[in-house]
Structures are given as structure tokens and as C-alpha cells.
Design a protein around this ligand. Structure first.
Ligand SMILES: Cc1cc2nc3c(=O)[nH]c(=O)nc-3n(C[C@H](O)[C@H](O)[C@H](O)COP(=O)(O)O)c2cc1C
Length: 304
């Protein structure tokens, strides 16, 4: 499960695992690195053990200060984590222009220092999630030798540039050229929205160590399970999976349970409605002719 800030938060991950499953592990939405880590339990609340349940959950951090990474990793280790992922892909301008997210790999020395800090802080458990570059698609290629100097647990590649944000084509040719050049296992991420998309991907890359799915899973919570079912057939014929009435009501119950959970964990209508609007922005796709209802949900300012 990919990290989607504001969507794949603890409640979503727990509820998804309980109702749908199919996920091997989740990378949680990013935790910002801060200069003085006074109350780490607040910042890392989303990944505290009681908020991870039985789902293997990898915390993710975003930042550019190795000392801050070391301090945060210590707090996460104290909370029982043995894995950590570094966000090297966030495309937002205000993040990237400060050398964080997709801006981090642009600065070779700072990037190297962050990789070193991460590998030291989480031996055997440190990974990165990265794009092809920020403004151009050659940064990752130019950082290959550097990345290969570190014993990373895995490299998750979203083959877009930062300025593409989340739209436009994923660059499969670039991914194909890169995949065999890393020492660490490579995980693919981007635009897997159906079993068919997954089948196409693993047919082209049969030995792919892993696939990370974000928006596809938020739009179709059955997706990971359906993929697992296809894998269990020995990659046989691709099933047609109608959005049956039963499935639709399971998805609706999922949303209803999340609504209840948010109402009990968040304060006031605004944050709860914010979360639900974001969630329905993906989930509405599961239902037919739901565009008009979605617009009503997104305009609403009260629980009623
Ligand atoms: C609303 C939203 C929030 C996101 N938050 C994060 C995040 O916290 N950390 C991260 O590494 N990527 C984040 N991403 C990127 C996704 O993890 C993923 O790389 C991207 O959506 C492409 O994969 P997909 O097509 O399967 O969704 C976010 C994307 C969206 C749309």
C-alpha cells in the first residue's frame, strides 16, 4: 500500500486490513523531520504499534537534515519499528524547492548524507521512494552509483518527474532501463488501477520484486486481494470482476466505518469532513453514476 497523505492513515490501513486485506505491507504517509524532537509520540502517532495492528507498516519521513533523520529514527525504533522509508519523491513546489522530497536527490552531497544516516539508523531496514527526477528525468540515473553504495532494503520507483505531479504518462521505458541497475530490489509504483494494469506490468517485468499501489487501492479496496487471487492461479487467465451489489455494499460499509472512526478520533466537523471528502474523491469511482453525489459530498459543510 502506497502512502497517500490524508488517505492511507492508520484508520484506513486498519480498516482496510480487516475488511479486504491482500496487502503485504504499507508505507505510511510521511512524517516531517523537525529541528527539535520534543514530543515524538505526537508526530509518530499514526505509526505507533496500536495504530498499525497486524499490518506490517513502514514509517516514512521527509526532510533534508541527517541529524533530524537520526533522531526520528531513534524515536521510531523506540516505538518498535525496524524499517524506515525516506521520501525522495514529493513533487509539491514548496517541499521540493527546499531540497526535500523530489528536491532531495538534486543535491548529491545532502542526498548521500541522508542515505548514510538512514542506513546507520535502521540497519537492513532503510528504503527510499523516488521519482525519475524533479524537473528532468535523468536525476535518478545520475544518482545510480551513489544509491548503489548503500545497503538499501529496497528502492521504490515512481517513474514520473516531480513537475508531472501525479498526471501524464508514467515513463515505462525509463523504468525498464533502470530496473536491473540497482543492487537493491526495485519496487514499481504508479497508475496500477486494475488487475489488468497489474497483469500488463508483471507480464512486461515478470521478476519484479514488488508493486506499490496508492490511488488504485483507494478507488477499489478489493484490488490487492483480486491481484493476490490472480497470482494464486499461477498467473492464469484474468478474471472479470464486476462491481457487484455485494461488493458495492462492502465498500460503502468500509466508508461508513471510517466515518465513525474519524468522528471518534478527530475533533469537529472540519477535519472529519476533510478526510471523508478526500476518501470519497477516490472511492466514488466504485459506484455507478456517482459524480453528482460526489459533488454534493464535496460541497457539504456539516455531518448532516
Ligand atoms: C493525495 C496524495 C498523497 C500522497 N502522499 C504521499 C506521501 O505521504 N508519501 C509519498 O511517498 N507519496 C505520497 N503520494 C504519492 C503516492 O504514494 C504514489 O507515489 C502516487 O500516487 C503514484 O502511485 P498510484 O498511481 O498508485 O497512486 C501521495 C499521492 C497523493 C495523490
Amino acid at each position: 500500500m502506497a502512502p497517500l497523505r490524508g488517505v492511507t492513515v492508520a484508520e484506513f490501513r486498519l480498516c482496510h486490513e480487516k475488511r479486504f486485506g491482500g496487502i503485504d505491507y504499507a508505507v505510511a504517509p510521511f512524517i516531517p523531520l523537525v529541528s527539535r524532537l520534543k514530543a515524538p509520540e505526537k508526530l509518530i502517532k499514526d505509526v505507533l504499534p496500536e495504530n498499525c495492528g497486524r499490518v506490517r507498516t513502514v514509517p516514512q519521513v521527509i526532510g533534508r537534515e541527517p541529524a533530524q533523520l537520526t533522531a526520528m529514527a531513534e524515536a521510531l525504533r523506540d516505538a518498535g519499528h525496524t524499517e524506515l522509508n525516506l521520501n525522495c519523491g514529493c513533487p509539491w513546489k514548496f517541499v521540493a524547492k527546499k531540497g526535500r522530497g523530489s528536491g532531495l536527490p538534486e543535491n548529491e552531497a545532502v542526498f548521500a548524507a541522508m542515505l548514510e544516516a538512514g542506513c546507520n539508523a535502521m540497519p537492513d531496514g532503510f528504503s527510499i521512494k523516488i521519482r525519475l527526477g524533479r524537473n528532468t528525468s535523468d536525476t535518478l540515473t545520475n544518482r545510480l552509483d551513489l544509491i548503489n553504495r548503500f545497503p538499501l532494503r529496497e528502492v521504490i520507483i515512481h517513474p514520473r518527474t516531480g513537475i508531472q505531479m501525479y498526471g501524464g504518462e508514467v515513463d515505462m521505458r525509463a523504468f525498464e532501463e533502470l530496473i536491473h541497475r540497482f543492487n537493491a530490489p526495485v519496487v514499481y509504483n504508479g497508475d496500477i488501477n486494475s488487475v489488468e494494469d497489474y497483469v500488463r506490468l508483471v507480464t512486461r517485468f515478470p521478476g519484479l520484486p514488488g508493486v506499490m499501489i496508492g490511488r488504485g487501492l483507494a478507488s477499489d479496496p478489493f484490488l490487492a486481494n483480486d491481484i493476490k487471487a490472480w497470482e494464486a492461479t499461477g498467473r492464469g487467465s484474468v478474471p472479470t470482476l464486476p462491481h457487484s451489489r455485494e461488493r458495492m455494499s462492502e465498500v460503502a460499509e468500509f466508508a461508513a466505518e471510517l466515518y465513525e472512526r474519524y468522528r471518534s478520533t478527530l475533533f469537529g466537523p472540519s477535519p472529519v469532513l476533510g478526510r471523508m471528502k478526500e476518501l470519497w474523491g477516490y472511492l466514488y469511482k466504485y459506484f455507478e453514476n456517482s459524480g453528482r453525489l460526489l459533488r454534493e459530498v464535496q460541497r457539504s459543510s456539516s455531518f448532516a
